[in-house]
Design a protein around this ligand. Structure first.
Ligand SMILES: Cc1cc2nc3c(=O)[nH]c(=O)nc-3n(C[C@H](O)[C@H](O)[C@H](O)COP(=O)(O)OP(=O)(O)OC[C@H]3O[C@@H](n4cnc5c(N)ncnc54)[C@H](O)[C@@H]3O)c2cc1C
Length: 462
């Protein structure tokens, strides 16, 4: 079996260790935001719409619910604080795709792909308009993104209109690992993820939404009633926006598995260091392969470098202790300097991890329960910054009982296949991870297990 470029051109261990020596275990983005004072839910209240979860999905639902009907009484009930989870610690790639990439969508809903692409662009344009309308300070940069091939077999997988050869892609961003690349034509935007969550919360509050924090919802009673340890909301409608966390609906218990994704951020680059890598277009970048890295410049010219390892911890639990995984951070640091050897000596300042809600179709699924009074969306599988706004609109359509261009989609009506229960899930996920890693070292060739899962429309991704 072959190797990857990151193994053929490894970084000296001393360089890796020194680069990580002073990191703090904290999402870099949270340094730039200040928490607002918010109430804890206490006592019994009533609302027209109760939203469980204060990440992008819940907050986009709150904002759009108020925009559709300003008189509606809307509350958000959040277990901890707004944006503390995936929404405050992601890469900030706000991509138009609603289907976790074109190929994944095409393999599942070929007849709908034109429509899904159109709705995806419309969604990101709406995000941009919302940012402008409310003066949201979220460092929204419509830079576009680059996909880069770093192995010979990946070059052949680039088939779009804007493929660049090695010289052309290296003229954009100087990495000796790049063999070819492709631009998305400027569709993707980059955002400051934590600011996006905080600004959505600010806008929702200004529109009249009440956000309760430190109020974990323990159950969903008939009514529907959203119940916490100290209070309850009796609502006409409920939205569940709980992402990778245990669903309040039994039917969704096996629909997602929590997968940990790891990230590093460097200290700010000097002008000379920036000059050495080019990257004048500030595009978001992802390399190819089943295990891939994503990276971008921050507003203050650091480099965020994340991905590659997608770790499912046996038992499928979410635990703070899983966020510090030295072997994943060392791997990322090593791959970073393989990508940019001219930056050896640069130090990382922050290391962190977050949980992704992986589902077997790799993009969000939707539905209603309790006679149409409860709507849910989950399963973004690592691509929810843009898609969460679309998911919020779908849930509001479903609760209104309206047939819209969104609710007519097969992509919205279909449900993914569930994962098997534990302990089979752990064995299965690890076999798939091993197979994907093997394919990356084997010219992209997929083994029998991956081909079988492909044929079933099922898989595991980050
Ligand atoms: C490291 C990392 C990098 C990523 N990079 C990208 C990227 O570059 N681009 C992209 O598109 N996507 C990315 N993603 C995915 C993206 O961040 C998510 O898809 C998106 O943030 C999901 O938003 P959400 O509101 O559904 O979930 P979350 O942000 O996880 O919010 C869910 C909220 O629900 C709350 N909650 C759960 N259960 C309860 C309960 N019982 N009671 C009350 N509250 C509850 C939680 O406390 C949490 O605040 C990344 C994810 C990670 C972890």
């Amino acid at each position: 079996m072959g190797t990857t470029v990151f193994e053929r051109q490894p970084t000296d261990r001393d360089v890796v260790v020194a680069s990580l020596a002073d990191t703090v275990l904290k999402p870099f983005w949270l340094d730039d935001v200040e928490a607002a004072e918010r109430l804890t839910l206490a006592g019994d209240i009533e609302a027209d719409l109760a939203i469980v979860g204060g990440g992008y999905t819940g907050l986009w639902t709150a904002v759009q619910a108020k925009e559709r009907d300003p008189k509606r009484r809307v509350v958000v009930v959040e277990a901890r604080t707004v944006g503390w989870a995936a929404s405050g610690r992601n890469g900030g790639f706000c991509e138009p795709s609603l289907t976790h990439g074109y190929e994944n969508g095409m393999s599942r809903w070929p007849d709908e792909m034109d429509e899904l692409e159109r709705l995806g662009i419309q969604n990101i344009d709406e995000i941009e308009r919302t940012v402008k309308r409310y003066g949201m300070d979220v460092n929204f940069e419509r830079t576009g993104s680059l996909t880069v091939a770093v192995e010979p077999h990946q070059v052949a997988q680039l088939t779009g209109d804007s493929v660049m050869d090695a010289a052309a892609i290296q003229a954009r961003v100087k990495s000796p690992t790049y063999l070819a690349g492709e631009s998305d034509g400027g569709a993707t935007a980059l955002v400051h993820p934590a600011k996006l969550a905080y600004e959505l919360a600010r806008v929702a509050t200004e529109l009249g939404v009440t956000i309760y924090e430190n109020s974990p919802v323990l159950g969903l009673a008939a009514g529907p009633v959203v119940r916490t340890a100290q209070g309850a909301v009796k609502a006409s409608k409920v939205v569940l926006a709980t992402n990778a966390f245990p669903s309040l609906l039994l039917r969704n218990a096996l629909m997602t598995v929590p997968v940990y994704d790891y990230s590093l951020v460097t200290e700010p680059l000097t002008d000379a260091q920036l000059e050495s890598i080019g990257w004048k277009g500030r595009e978001g970048i992802a390399d190819m392969g089943n295990q891939f890295h994503y990276y971008r410049l921050t507003p203050d010219n650091r480099i965020l470098f994340g991905g590659y390892d997608a770790i499912y911890h046996a038992g499928g639990k979410i635990k703070k202790s899983y966020e510090d995984r030295p072997e994943s951070f060392e791997l990322l640091a090593s791959h970073f300097f393989t990508t940019f050897p001219q930056l050896v000596g640069l130090r990382f300042t922050h290391r962190w991890a977050g949980v992704i809600d992986s589902c077997s179709r790799f993009c969000a699924f939707f539905g209603v329960a309790r006679a149409g009074s409860v709507a849910y969306a989950a399963g973004f599988t690592g691509l929810g910054v843009g898609a969460s706004r679309f998911a919020a609109a779908v849930m509001l359509d479903l609760l209104a009982g309206e047939e819209t261009e969104r609710t007519r989609l097969k992509m919205v009506k279909d449900r993914p296949l569930p994962f098997p229960p534990e302990p089979i899930a752990t064995v299965g996920v690890n076999m798939v991870r091993w197979s994907m890693s093997r394919a990356d070292r084997n010219g992209g060739k997929r083994n029998v297990l991956l081909k079988t899962l492909d044929a079933m429309g099922m898989g595991f991704d980050s």
